[in-house]
Design a protein around this ligand. Sequence first.
Ligand SMILES: Nc1nc2c(ncn2[C@@H]2O[C@H](COP(=O)(O)OP(=O)(O)OP(=O)(O)O)[C@@H](O)[C@H]2O)c(=O)[nH]1
Ligand SMILES: [Mg+2]
Length: 360
Amino acid sequence: MASLEIGIIGLPNCGKTTIFNALTGAGVVVQPFAATEVSVNTGVAQVPDPRMAPLATVEDSQRLVPPTVQLVDVAGLQRGAGRDGGLSGEFLQALRAADALIHVVRTFEDEAVFHVDGRLDPAADAEGVDLELLFADGALVTKRLERLERAVKVGQKEAKAEADLLSELAVVLDAGSPARDFAKFKALPLEVQTDLLTAKPMMYVANTSESGDPEAVAALQAYAGSAEVVAVAGRFESDLAEIEDPEERSLFLAEIGQEEPSAPRVAAAAFRMLELITFFTAGPKDVWAWTIRQGSNAVEAGGKIHTDIARGFIRAEVINWQDLVNAGSRAEATKLGQLRVEGKDYIVQDGDVLNVRFNV
Ligand SMILES: Nc1nc2c(ncn2[C@@H]2O[C@H](COP(=O)(O)OP(=O)(O)OP(=O)(O)O)[C@@H](O)[C@H]2O)c(=O)[nH]1
Ligand SMILES: [Mg+2]
């Protein structure tokens, strides 16, 4: 899997670029007005993992290599933008390439910041954007059906089969359900599966004031149902990202009662929705965090590190990161019987520290 790509969507001026900056520390200029032109910021966010530092202490490692996620920040989704094939090409392309979406919803109150509807209603805002995504998918299905029409008329079986599927999907979308709820989704052509925006895993980020806006966040969660909602004090944290001194940062964070920046919480939620887990390799050189799909076996995990490791896989020595940290050293953990030897079929667990033996 190439580097994970997450698209950031939301109404104009809800704070997408601010959240992007908070998560990437990229320092992209934010606009106090609703920008209408399409612009796409791309940045790489390191995903700090609090398990890495204690591992580095045990292994006396010189550096930490956290996983990274590519974030794509697009201009605000205007109401009606998804209708009549309205979403512009660059915008759609950027979103369709994404593996998942972060939907930013404004919960902060600030008279000085323009809101497209002049009022604060997080659930309605979220629903409005979700509707535009549905419209965009509806337009995609319609276009594809039109293109298939001729082939269907002359009796091409494959075209007919796809057209039937698409017509069923159109009914689902018209009823207001996302494409991910379509029972026959997996039967759709692959490129359709990836292009459908409402099929992408999506989580919400509430862009809050420093107070955390508990009521507005609860309202958004009520709308979001089982989807995750993570609250981030966007402006505060994007200012925080510019402070370099760690001690000063801690003091700043303590002001809003947080121990650490929100990036790890957002990342953890994103990993959950994408069904990804993290395993580690650790030694004197570095502690490295690797991201793999839930349910991957030891060979697949090894392949993530290097293709040679998958090819020449012999066995993996495995220990849970907490057990290793508690034991204080590999030698001690071995004495305690916590270091296991596993074969190819071992299903790697989140938080495993792996040492893969292989020959080439
Ligand atoms: N008070 C307050 N203002 C914020 C917060 N987050 C963003 N803003 C302000 O809201 C305005 C818009 O923020 P952006 O991050 O540019 O919003 P955007 O969603 O990227 O906007 P477009 O790209 O134009 O759609 C800026 O003036 C920000 O400073 C916040 O948490 N609190
Ligand atoms: Mg922006």
